[in-house]
Design a protein around this ligand. Structure first.
Ligand code: SIN
Ligand code: MN
Length: 203
């Protein structure tokens, strides 16, 4: 892993060219396996609107959303356990956050044509001293980050395949989202699209 090219975006660290193509392909293989065991689904937001991303999780718990709200669940909606977080992802976590606790959820988001993610905080976890580590694969995604209050100033960056972003410290509770994905910017995924994996310590 290459941790040499670190830039700051609104308090978040972004490691550019962190993962080479071989590592990215290995991750895609691991994620396909997770999605086979725990199929992608499109949940509703708590306002009853269907999310445009499809998602699944690995780890002790998975992130879930419906009209009852946002939360982590010990089982996939099908009633099965979530697959374990693959070593390829744990290696990234340990390289980026060697002093942190081990993550208990890797949330996997798949952005197909037209998918986006509105500005939100990652605040369904118990311990905000622990970072969220985010890995981007496939097509470029326009990531936007602001402060800890909704409606403040934001800055943007096109997250490219192989980049790793960390929401930690002051930026742990920053509002963030993905405005759009530029299809055809990467050849990593044969059918295009963007995968984002966020690892979190939940408890
Ligand atoms: C997220 O906030 O869960 C996803 C961020 C991203 O797709 O880069
Ligand atoms: Mn998030």
């Amino acid at each position: 892993m290459n941790l040499e090219q670190k830039v700051n975006l609104g308090g978040a660290d972004i490691y550019l060219e962190a993962l080479g193509v071989e590592s990215q392909l290995e991750l895609v293989g691991d994620i396909r396996e997770i999605a086979r065991a725990a199929p992608l689904y499109s949940p509703e937001t708590r306002f009853g609107k269907k999310m445009s991303v499809r998602l699944t999780s690995a780890g002790n718990c998975g992130w879930m959303s419906d009209r009852r709200g946002y939360r982590y669940e010990p089982k996939h909606p099908r009633g099965t356990d979530w697959p374990p977080i693959p070593q390829s992802l744990l290696d990234i976590w340990n390289a980026i956050a060697p002093d942190a606790r081990q993550p208990d959820c890797a949330l996997i988001n798949f952005y197909g044509e037209g998918a986006r993610m509105g500005l939100h905080q990652d605040n369904d976890e118990a311990d905000y001293s622990q970072p969220v580590v985010s890995v981007s694969l496939g097509d470029d995604g326009l990531f936007r980050i602001g402060g800890t209050e909704r409606g403040g100033k934001t800055v943007s960056h096109w997250l490219r395949s192989g980049e790793v972003l960390v929401l930690g410290g002051e930026a742990r509770l920053a509002y963030h989202g993905v405005d759009r994905v530029k299809h055809g910017t990467s050849t990593l995924l044969p059918d295009g699209g963007r995968i984002n994996i966020t690892m979190r310590v939940v408890t």
